[in-house]
Design a protein around this ligand. Structure first.
Ligand SMILES: CC(C)(COP(=O)(O)OP(=O)(O)OC[C@H]1O[C@@H](n2cnc3c(N)ncnc32)[C@H](O)[C@@H]1OP(=O)(O)O)[C@@H](O)C(=O)NCCC(=O)NCCS
Length: 189
């Protein structure tokens, strides 16, 4: 897969939020958004083994999220049907997506964005790339499971046209239900 560069373009409220956030982010090495958020670039590329510590650390920023950890992420590199893409901006990893290409279906397994980069379009860029990949590889169906209480993720998927197709009770820790969502990628041109 080729490297991809996406220009992030967000509204005035996002710029204001980014500017405010940037002051503290700078200390943490996320000064990028201080400079000029309208013109910052985000790259979507294949994850590499050297990315794994940073990607695993991003998972741990979200308490309660079923993290794969460095070993779990590394195991995905061994599967021919598994694709892990990373979002990166000026050398800083923002998050990743993992999916399995099980033609004619793609299973979206995980998408996680660093807390410091939330609501800046990183997840959207990763899902956009997944949809592009699905089209190129003639995988019309993209499926996923999401915790029924994960409102941000459900909103993200709905924004991309995923629809609820089922529900699995007590799917997470034998307690919380999973919502099954699906998008037919080729049907929207
Ligand atoms: C869900 C998650 C991946 C979203 O990442 P993100 O980079 O912040 O998402 P984006 O900036 O691309 O947002 C795209 C859309 O998703 C929806 N969205 C994202 N976060 C949201 C929130 N906190 N509340 C409501 N809607 C939200 C919005 O519709 C948003 O569009 P908008 O910004 O134009 O309103 C991120 O919150 C995350 O990593 N969560 C923890 C891990 C997780 O739960 N992953 C999902 C596994 S199924």
């Amino acid at each position: 897969m080729n490297w991809e560069i996406s220009r992030t373009r967000r509204g005035a409220s996002h710029r204001r939020n980014s500017w405010n956030a940037g002051k503290s982010d700078c200390a943490a090495g996320f000064g990028l958004y201080d400079l000029n958020f309208e013109t910052c670039f985000m790259m979507i590329r294949r994850a590499r083994k050297e990315d794994l510590p940073a990607l695993a650390a991003i998972e741990t920023e979200h308490s309660g999220y079923p993290a794969w950890g460095e070993h779990g992420l590394a195991a995905e590199f061994e599967k021919k049907f598994s694709v892990t893409l990373a979002a990166e901006s000026e050398g800083v990893l923002l998050g990743f997506i993992n999916f399995w290409v099980l033609k004619p279906q793609i299973q979206l397994n995980s998408i996680v964005i660093s807390v410091k980069a939330l609501r800046r379009g990183a997840a959207s860029a990763l899902i956009g790339k997944l949809c592009e990949y699905a089209k190129k590889n003639v995988c019309p169906e993209v499926d996923l499971e999401v915790n029924e209480h994960n409102a941000p993720a459900i909103a993200l998927y709905r924004k991309f046209g995923f629809e609820v197709v089922g529900r699995r009770a007590k799917f997470y820790n034998n307690l919380e239900a999973a919502i099954l969502m699906r998008k037919m990628v080729l049907s929207d041109g």
